[in-house]
Design a binder for this molecule. Structure first.
Ligand SMILES: Cc1ncc(COP(=O)(O)O)c(C=O)c1O
Length: 488
């Protein structure tokens, strides 16, 4: 931990005032002369936003069964549902698309994509997929199965669902600080090494792979330290178990390591990423996040036999191994996006502009997960709506209210997403969060100022928000298509 972060963790109140003192606006310029951080790009083409009335939004959310996933995006003003596939591509990515070669096998676009992936993640085998969950489906089909346990700091929803679909158990073991929205810790996404060691010492034979999600999306977008990845790697290898990364937000995680971890500030981001990769035996990737793709993903790994089994599943479900569910043009866009994702000017802007939203909400007393994560601000709905019990879904209630008030679409990450257990019971999630995910390079500071105004106004009325019950619940990944009604 760097000295600055040691101090921050020692005295939380000092930490809060210090973060705010240092960062009242988008600040911390590169050359120290001026402190405002600007978007390191200018706008090249624009998309119109449709402004709706309150009564239009009332009707839209009711038609959607009070599920924000069911809304027509035309009825949304600021769409913070996800940062997945929603970012703006660069001029150079659009140019790269023109080089897309759509040959079925052995396209030059594939070789450019493979080289770009291996430049940062030098795994022996790269298996392209149409998005992250396809990579998960393939690896857990091969490595999962009944009686197996897959540990992770926190499984993302699709990861958990794919583990469970194979018959294996998905076990979360983030450090205790990762469950407390208010605790300040520089690497709240770290896996609990003691818990992991206990499991491996008792039953390593039942653990086909250990996963680390960087950054930890379901736990507040919090980073994992290099030291934690190194220690997890040593532990796994001591017990002969491979370590895999769920690496969607690898560049944001590497930036946090660069900023917060002792001895890392002088390093290139790409160098930190390569070291992270060198500690793992494989990875899954949703390229719709840090690699700036609107679609795409991959599975990469070193083991020849496992790779062969995975390619067999790939051919069955995705496509030939040199395109795997993607068009040549997508492969080109991703190869270029990977180069842009590790640029320090972009990452400085990205992380600071997310914190700008979180710090502003914190300053007006809206409870948020702290410190602010990389790709999103997470509002602690359990604290803001203490009158709504977890199984009446306080996060869903808040997310609906943000849409009704200001056309902002967010995402519940709490009991709607996680409470239903494989045995059919409903157990409240560890946290009831509402995620405001920031699409990459998409919204300006005034859009975010509007979000701050809307959230602040809804938070003032939080005591009047109702709980919800589900009127339709699908069997798996219920949050995507469930329907609700308010409990009056
Ligand atoms: C941590 C994490 N893993 C996996 C996925 C799944 O990726 P995809 O949506 O591309 O299937 C996501 C998507 O949000 C994610 O955040």
């Amino acid at each position: 931990m760097s000295d600055q972060w040691r101090e921050i963790c020692d005295v939380v109140t000092v930490a809060e005032s210090r973060i705010l003192d240092e960062a009242p606006l988008l600040l911390c310029g590169v050359d120290q002369t001026f402190v405002t951080i600007i978007e390191p790009f200018r706008i090249h083409s624009v998309e119109p936003l449709r402004i709706t009335t309150a009564s239009e939004r009332e009707a839209a959310i009711e038609n959607a069964g009070f599920n924000l996933f069911n809304l027509h995006s035309q009825d949304v003003l600021i769409d913070l549902l996800t940062d997945s596939g929603t970012g703006a591509m660069s001029r150079d990515q659009w140019a790269a698309i023109q080089h897309g070669d759509e040959s079925y096998a052995g396209s030059p676009s594939w070789f450019r994509f493979e080289a770009a992936v291996k430049e940062l993640f030098p795994f022996k085998h790269v298996i392209p997929t149409h998005q992250g969950r396809a990579a998960e489906k393939i690896i857990f089909t091969v490595l999962g199965g009944p009686g197996k346990v897959i540990p992770n700091n926190t499984h993302f929803d699709t990861t958990r669902a794919n583990v469970e679909a194979s018959g294996a158990e998905a076990r979360d073991m983030v450090i205790p600080e990762g469950h407390d929205a208010a605790v300040i810790h520089p690497f709240k996404g770290n896996i609990d090494l003691g818990t992991l060691e206990l499991l491996l010492a008792q039953s390593a034979a039942d653990v086909p792979v250990v996963f680390l999600t960087i950054t930890n999306n379901s736990g507040g977008g919090q980073p994992v330290s290099l030291a934690n990845i190194r220690a997890a790697s040593e532990l796994c290898h001591h017990y002969g178990v491979p370590l895999f990364l769920d690496a969607c937000r690898f560049a944001e995680n590497a930036w946090f390591i660069h900023e917060r971890e002792e001895g890392q500030s002088g390093r290139e981001i790409s160098d930190i990423v390569r070291e992270i990769a060198s500690l793992a035996d494989g990875m899954t990737m949703s390229a719709k996040k840090d690699p700036f793709g609107n679609i795409g993903g991959w599975l990469a790994l070193n083991d020849d036999d496992v790779a062969e089994s995975c390619r067999n599943v790939l051919i069955l479900t995705e496509g030939f191994p040199t395109y795997g569910g993607l068009a040549g043009r997508d492969l080109e866009a991703l190869a270029q996006g990977l180069k842009e994702a590790v640029h320090p000017d972009y990452l400085r802007y990205r992380i600071r502009s997310t914190a700008y939203l979180g710090d502003a909400l914190d300053a007006v007393g809206v409870p948020v997960v702290k410190p602010i994560g990389g790709h999103a601000v997470y509002i602690d709905a359990k604290s803001l709506l203490p009158h709504v019990p977890p199984l009446h879904y306080p996060g869903q209630s808040l997310a609906i209210a943000l849409y009704q008030a200001g056309g902002i679409r967010s995402c519940e990450i709490g009991s709607v997403m996680f409470a239903r257990q494989p045995d059919g019971t409903e157990v409240p999630a560890a946290m009831e969060l509402v995620r405001l995910a920031i699409p990459r390079r998409t919204y300006t500071q005034s859009h975010i100022d509007y979000v701050i105004e809307v959230v602040t106004s809804v938070a003032k009325e939080a005591a009047s928000l109702p709980g919800y019950r589900m009127t339709h619940e699908p069997k798996s990944l219920r949050h995507f298509t469930a329907r609700f009604e308010p409990i009056r």
